[in-house]
Design a protein around this ligand. Structure first.
Ligand SMILES: Nc1ncnc2c1ncn2[C@@H]1O[C@H](COP(=O)(O)OP(=O)(O)OP(=O)(O)O)[C@@H](O)[C@H]1O
Length: 260
């Protein structure tokens, strides 16, 4: 794969389930170094799109390539930080144990770790500012510390793409700023794809934006379109898809608000 080739290439992707058309003819190419934020109203299909990219769902039509390969064959190319993690408080795993679970392909998650893998995991924990948490039980950590442990778990297989689904839902405002500064730093080496509802964060940190409401529009830059994005959020998924309207940017916000 050349450095100029897309890391994610989605062509004419459709996904339906239970007779519901959830994603409709999605086309998206994400290139190395990008920091893409996916935004859109509740039920717009953001998590579904991530699950398709991760290979957890199969497209009804169309194709997804990750680093030139089908998603199921590219598991170590993607580090994933999920939206909700239900930590079993009785499970006696340390933070380091959790990070090491990300070091191998799913069928080898619990095999013995070699010293080099452990050292790599510890280096990542220190780099993320949670090295001192390594031997503590995951259940005893704060929400912000746990979130960093999950990023460390996603990074330990040295992925090219970091995928995050609303990563700061359980972190306070100060913690969120630190978290996004960390992502900015990681973006110097990694491509990032993140679902977020926080338009302030999106406009401050993301380099490009994908508006998803069943259909998708991708914007390389969006400096002056903050008001339009706000309006986009005032729509529900049942309304005529407003993503085309966002794409044109000539749209009057009051027109969209008038529909709801
Ligand atoms: N397993 C499933 N079976 C049937 N329908 C599903 C399933 N998962 C999601 N859906 C439906 O797909 C649509 C998109 O859901 P999805 O979770 O991808 O949206 P989202 O944009 O991530 O929403 P939110 O912002 O609320 O997290 C919704 O209408 C949802 O009800």
């Amino acid at each position: 794969m050349k450095k100029t080739d897309p890391i994610v290439e989605i062509t004419d992707l459709c996904y339906s389930t239970g007779g519901q058309d959830i994603l409709h003819t999605i086309n998206l190419s994400i290139y190395p170094g990008d920091f893409v934020s996916i935004i859109g109203p509740n039920g717009g299909g953001k998590t579904t799109l991530l699950r398709l990219i991760l290979g957890l769902l199969k497209p009804s039509r169309g194709e997804i390539k990750i680093a030139g390969r089908p998603p199921g064959k590219a598991v170590t190319e993607i580090g994933y930080v999920p939206q909700h993690v239900n930590h079993n408080l009785r499970f006696p795993a340390t933070a380091l144990d959790v990070v090491l679970m990300g070091a191998h392909e799913p069928q080898h998650r619990f095999r013995r770790r070699d010293p080099e893998t452990r050292k790599n995991a510890m280096d990542i924990l220190h780099r993320l500012g949670v090295g001192t948490c390594a031997e503590r039980k995951i259940a005893a950590l704060s929400g912000g510390q746990r979130q960093r442990i999950l990023i460390a778990r996603a990074l330990v297989c040295k992925p090219e793409l970091l995928v995050l689904d609303e990563p700061t839902a359980s972190i306070d405002t100060k913690g969120q700023t630190e978290f996004y500064e960390l992502l900015k730093e990681l973006n110097k080496e990694l491509t990032i794809l993140m679902v977020s509802h926080d338009l302030l964060i999106v406009s401050s940190y993301a380099k490009s934006i994908a508006c998803l409401n069943r259909c998708l529009h991708y914007h390389q830059s969006f400096g002056s379109s903050r008001d339009v994005l706000d309006a986009f959020y005032s729509c529900s998924v049942e309304e005529i898809c407003p993503v085309g309207v966002v794409a044109r940017q000539s749209f009057q916000i009051k027109d969209l608000r008038g529909k709801s």
